[in-house]
Design a protein around this ligand. Structure first.
Ligand code: PGA
Length: 249
Protein backbone atom coordinates (compact mmCIF):
# COMPACT_ATOMS: atom_id res chain seq x y z
CA UNK A 1 0.00 0.00 0.00
CA UNK A 2 1.06 3.59 -0.64
CA UNK A 3 1.34 5.76 2.46
CA UNK A 4 -2.14 6.22 3.94
CA UNK A 5 -4.08 9.42 3.34
CA UNK A 6 -5.93 11.05 6.23
CA UNK A 7 -8.36 13.66 4.96
CA UNK A 8 -10.59 15.99 6.98
CA UNK A 9 -13.82 17.29 5.47
CA UNK A 10 -14.97 20.17 7.65
CA UNK A 11 -18.17 20.65 5.62
CA UNK A 12 -19.87 23.96 6.61
CA UNK A 13 -17.87 24.33 9.84
CA UNK A 14 -14.87 26.38 10.93
CA UNK A 15 -14.77 29.88 9.55
CA UNK A 16 -11.40 31.68 9.65
CA UNK A 17 -11.41 32.40 13.43
CA UNK A 18 -12.22 28.81 14.41
CA UNK A 19 -9.76 27.55 11.84
CA UNK A 20 -6.89 29.61 13.27
CA UNK A 21 -7.49 28.12 16.73
CA UNK A 22 -7.85 24.61 15.24
CA UNK A 23 -4.59 24.92 13.30
CA UNK A 24 -2.68 26.15 16.37
CA UNK A 25 -3.69 23.05 18.34
CA UNK A 26 -3.36 20.61 15.47
CA UNK A 27 0.08 21.78 14.35
CA UNK A 28 1.34 21.84 17.94
CA UNK A 29 0.50 18.14 18.25
CA UNK A 30 0.96 16.76 14.77
CA UNK A 31 4.62 16.66 13.73
CA UNK A 32 5.53 16.09 10.10
CA UNK A 33 5.50 12.38 9.20
CA UNK A 34 6.84 10.72 6.08
CA UNK A 35 4.60 7.69 6.42
CA UNK A 36 1.26 9.41 5.73
CA UNK A 37 -0.37 12.23 3.82
CA UNK A 38 -2.72 14.65 5.58
CA UNK A 39 -5.27 16.69 3.63
CA UNK A 40 -7.69 19.32 4.97
CA UNK A 41 -10.89 20.37 3.16
CA UNK A 42 -12.02 23.59 4.89
CA UNK A 43 -14.88 25.77 3.65
CA UNK A 44 -13.78 27.93 0.71
CA UNK A 45 -13.64 31.15 2.77
CA UNK A 46 -11.23 29.46 5.16
CA UNK A 47 -8.78 28.03 2.62
CA UNK A 48 -6.34 30.95 2.72
CA UNK A 49 -6.43 31.06 6.53
CA UNK A 50 -5.52 27.38 6.72
CA UNK A 51 -2.81 27.81 4.09
CA UNK A 52 -1.34 30.74 6.02
CA UNK A 53 -1.15 28.54 9.13
CA UNK A 54 0.59 25.90 6.99
CA UNK A 55 3.27 28.13 5.56
CA UNK A 56 6.04 26.10 7.21
CA UNK A 57 4.22 22.80 6.78
CA UNK A 58 4.17 21.88 3.09
CA UNK A 59 3.60 18.27 4.18
CA UNK A 60 -0.11 19.05 4.65
CA UNK A 61 -2.31 19.73 1.63
CA UNK A 62 -5.48 21.77 1.37
CA UNK A 63 -8.46 21.24 -0.90
CA UNK A 64 -11.87 22.75 -1.56
CA UNK A 65 -15.14 20.91 -0.93
CA UNK A 66 -16.77 21.69 -4.26
CA UNK A 67 -16.18 23.60 -7.49
CA UNK A 68 -18.26 24.73 -10.44
CA UNK A 69 -17.27 23.50 -13.89
CA UNK A 70 -17.02 26.86 -15.66
CA UNK A 71 -13.76 28.76 -15.17
CA UNK A 72 -15.33 32.20 -14.63
CA UNK A 73 -18.35 34.31 -15.37
CA UNK A 74 -21.84 35.15 -14.20
CA UNK A 75 -22.40 32.26 -11.78
CA UNK A 76 -23.21 34.01 -8.52
CA UNK A 77 -22.16 32.08 -5.45
CA UNK A 78 -20.00 29.57 -7.29
CA UNK A 79 -16.28 28.88 -7.06
CA UNK A 80 -14.20 27.85 -10.07
CA UNK A 81 -11.33 25.39 -10.18
CA UNK A 82 -8.78 28.00 -11.39
CA UNK A 83 -9.83 30.32 -8.54
CA UNK A 84 -9.42 27.52 -5.98
CA UNK A 85 -6.00 26.73 -7.47
CA UNK A 86 -5.04 30.39 -7.36
CA UNK A 87 -5.98 30.51 -3.65
CA UNK A 88 -3.52 27.65 -3.06
CA UNK A 89 -5.83 24.64 -2.93
CA UNK A 90 -4.36 21.57 -4.58
CA UNK A 91 -7.36 19.22 -4.42
CA UNK A 92 -11.12 19.35 -4.83
CA UNK A 93 -13.74 17.05 -3.36
CA UNK A 94 -16.25 16.25 -6.07
CA UNK A 95 -19.62 14.53 -5.83
CA UNK A 96 -19.72 14.36 -2.04
CA UNK A 97 -22.97 12.69 -1.00
CA UNK A 98 -24.27 15.97 0.45
CA UNK A 99 -23.70 17.63 -2.91
CA UNK A 100 -25.57 14.78 -4.59
CA UNK A 101 -28.41 14.30 -2.10
CA UNK A 102 -28.91 17.74 -0.52
CA UNK A 103 -28.14 19.85 -3.59
CA UNK A 104 -29.26 17.43 -6.30
CA UNK A 105 -25.91 17.16 -8.09
CA UNK A 106 -26.07 14.61 -10.91
CA UNK A 107 -23.50 12.13 -12.21
CA UNK A 108 -23.14 14.25 -15.35
CA UNK A 109 -22.37 17.31 -13.24
CA UNK A 110 -19.73 15.45 -11.25
CA UNK A 111 -18.10 14.49 -14.56
CA UNK A 112 -17.91 18.13 -15.62
CA UNK A 113 -16.48 19.11 -12.26
CA UNK A 114 -13.83 16.38 -12.39
CA UNK A 115 -12.85 17.59 -15.87
CA UNK A 116 -12.72 21.22 -14.69
CA UNK A 117 -10.51 20.27 -11.74
CA UNK A 118 -8.09 18.38 -13.98
CA UNK A 119 -7.94 21.30 -16.45
CA UNK A 120 -7.03 23.66 -13.63
CA UNK A 121 -4.41 21.37 -12.11
CA UNK A 122 -6.48 20.48 -9.05
CA UNK A 123 -6.47 16.85 -7.99
CA UNK A 124 -10.06 15.57 -7.88
CA UNK A 125 -11.20 13.35 -5.01
CA UNK A 126 -14.36 11.81 -6.45
CA UNK A 127 -16.82 10.58 -3.80
CA UNK A 128 -19.12 7.65 -4.48
CA UNK A 129 -21.48 5.70 -2.25
CA UNK A 130 -24.86 4.03 -2.01
CA UNK A 131 -27.88 5.03 0.08
CA UNK A 132 -29.38 2.67 2.65
CA UNK A 133 -32.27 1.53 0.45
CA UNK A 134 -29.83 0.88 -2.37
CA UNK A 135 -27.65 -1.28 -0.11
CA UNK A 136 -30.68 -3.13 1.25
CA UNK A 137 -31.94 -3.87 -2.24
CA UNK A 138 -28.56 -5.24 -3.35
CA UNK A 139 -27.63 -2.32 -5.58
CA UNK A 140 -24.45 -1.17 -3.83
CA UNK A 141 -22.13 -2.32 -6.58
CA UNK A 142 -24.30 -0.98 -9.39
CA UNK A 143 -24.67 2.45 -7.79
CA UNK A 144 -21.01 2.84 -6.92
CA UNK A 145 -19.89 1.72 -10.37
CA UNK A 146 -22.37 4.02 -12.09
CA UNK A 147 -21.10 7.00 -10.08
CA UNK A 148 -17.49 6.02 -10.66
CA UNK A 149 -17.75 5.48 -14.42
CA UNK A 150 -19.82 8.62 -14.89
CA UNK A 151 -17.46 10.69 -12.73
CA UNK A 152 -14.38 9.84 -14.79
CA UNK A 153 -16.11 9.89 -18.16
CA UNK A 154 -14.79 13.27 -19.28
CA UNK A 155 -11.11 12.85 -18.45
CA UNK A 156 -8.30 10.94 -20.14
CA UNK A 157 -7.04 7.70 -18.58
CA UNK A 158 -3.74 9.32 -17.54
CA UNK A 159 -5.73 11.97 -15.60
CA UNK A 160 -7.72 9.24 -13.86
CA UNK A 161 -4.38 7.87 -12.69
CA UNK A 162 -3.82 11.14 -10.82
CA UNK A 163 -7.18 11.17 -9.02
CA UNK A 164 -8.36 9.90 -5.67
CA UNK A 165 -11.62 8.09 -4.97
CA UNK A 166 -13.52 8.18 -1.68
CA UNK A 167 -16.04 5.44 -0.98
CA UNK A 168 -18.58 6.89 1.43
CA UNK A 169 -21.73 4.84 1.97
CA UNK A 170 -24.46 7.45 2.50
CA UNK A 171 -26.01 5.45 5.34
CA UNK A 172 -22.75 5.75 7.26
CA UNK A 173 -22.22 9.49 6.85
CA UNK A 174 -22.86 11.43 10.04
CA UNK A 175 -25.02 8.61 11.40
CA UNK A 176 -22.61 6.87 13.75
CA UNK A 177 -23.07 3.70 11.68
CA UNK A 178 -19.76 2.70 10.18
CA UNK A 179 -19.18 0.12 7.50
CA UNK A 180 -17.19 -2.77 8.91
CA UNK A 181 -13.64 -3.09 7.60
CA UNK A 182 -14.90 -6.09 5.61
CA UNK A 183 -17.79 -4.08 4.07
CA UNK A 184 -15.34 -1.35 3.10
CA UNK A 185 -12.84 -3.83 1.64
CA UNK A 186 -15.51 -5.50 -0.47
CA UNK A 187 -16.58 -2.24 -2.12
CA UNK A 188 -13.01 -0.98 -2.44
CA UNK A 189 -12.15 -4.15 -4.37
CA UNK A 190 -15.06 -3.53 -6.73
CA UNK A 191 -13.88 0.05 -7.31
CA UNK A 192 -10.27 -1.02 -7.85
CA UNK A 193 -11.33 -3.69 -10.39
CA UNK A 194 -13.52 -1.24 -12.27
CA UNK A 195 -10.72 1.31 -12.39
CA UNK A 196 -8.33 -1.31 -13.71
CA UNK A 197 -10.70 -2.27 -16.45
CA UNK A 198 -11.21 1.40 -17.39
CA UNK A 199 -7.63 2.67 -17.26
CA UNK A 200 -5.41 -0.40 -16.89
CA UNK A 201 -2.26 -0.24 -14.78
CA UNK A 202 -2.77 3.48 -14.14
CA UNK A 203 -5.44 2.42 -11.64
CA UNK A 204 -2.70 1.24 -9.29
CA UNK A 205 -1.80 4.81 -8.41
CA UNK A 206 -5.38 5.78 -7.47
CA UNK A 207 -5.86 5.74 -3.70
CA UNK A 208 -9.30 4.66 -2.51
CA UNK A 209 -10.34 6.23 0.80
CA UNK A 210 -13.16 5.14 3.07
CA UNK A 211 -15.45 7.67 4.71
CA UNK A 212 -18.55 7.51 6.92
CA UNK A 213 -18.56 7.91 10.72
CA UNK A 214 -14.84 7.39 11.03
CA UNK A 215 -13.65 8.33 14.52
CA UNK A 216 -10.59 7.91 16.70
CA UNK A 217 -11.93 4.56 17.95
CA UNK A 218 -12.38 2.90 14.56
CA UNK A 219 -9.81 4.66 12.38
CA UNK A 220 -6.98 2.20 12.88
CA UNK A 221 -9.11 -0.86 12.11
CA UNK A 222 -10.60 0.75 8.98
CA UNK A 223 -7.19 1.87 7.80
CA UNK A 224 -5.84 -1.65 8.11
CA UNK A 225 -8.64 -3.13 6.01
CA UNK A 226 -7.59 -4.58 2.65
CA UNK A 227 -7.80 -2.04 -0.13
CA UNK A 228 -8.38 0.95 2.18
CA UNK A 229 -5.73 3.52 1.28
CA UNK A 230 -6.96 6.29 3.53
CA UNK A 231 -9.86 7.84 5.41
CA UNK A 232 -12.11 10.83 4.71
CA UNK A 233 -13.38 12.11 8.04
CA UNK A 234 -16.24 14.54 8.62
CA UNK A 235 -17.64 15.11 12.12
CA UNK A 236 -14.66 13.62 13.96
CA UNK A 237 -12.24 15.95 12.13
CA UNK A 238 -13.74 19.11 13.66
CA UNK A 239 -12.10 18.80 17.04
CA UNK A 240 -8.37 19.49 16.72
CA UNK A 241 -7.29 16.99 19.35
CA UNK A 242 -9.56 14.23 18.04
CA UNK A 243 -8.37 14.91 14.52
CA UNK A 244 -4.75 14.80 15.63
CA UNK A 245 -5.19 11.30 16.96
CA UNK A 246 -6.93 10.18 13.75
CA UNK A 247 -4.16 11.73 11.66
CA UNK A 248 -1.72 9.61 13.62
CA UNK A 249 -3.80 6.40 13.23
P1 PGA B 1 -18.73 11.77 8.79
O1 PGA B 1 -18.66 12.41 7.32
O2 PGA B 1 -17.33 11.35 9.13
O3 PGA B 1 -19.26 12.86 9.67
O4 PGA B 1 -19.64 10.59 8.70
C1 PGA B 1 -17.80 11.92 6.34
C2 PGA B 1 -17.97 12.70 5.07
O5 PGA B 1 -19.11 13.09 4.77
O6 PGA B 1 -17.00 12.99 4.33
Amino acid sequence: MQRPILAANWKMNHGPSDARAFMRTFLAHYARRQDRQVILFPPAVTVTTVLAALKDRPDIQVGVQNIYWEDKGAFTGELSAPMARDAGATLALIGHSERRHVFGETDAETARKVAAAVRAGLIPMLCVGEKLDERESGQTEAVVLRQLRAGIAEVEPHAVGGMLIAYEPVWAIGTGKTATPADASAVHAVIADALRSQVGERARSVPILYGGSVNRGNATALLSADGVDGLLVGGASLDAEGWTSIARA
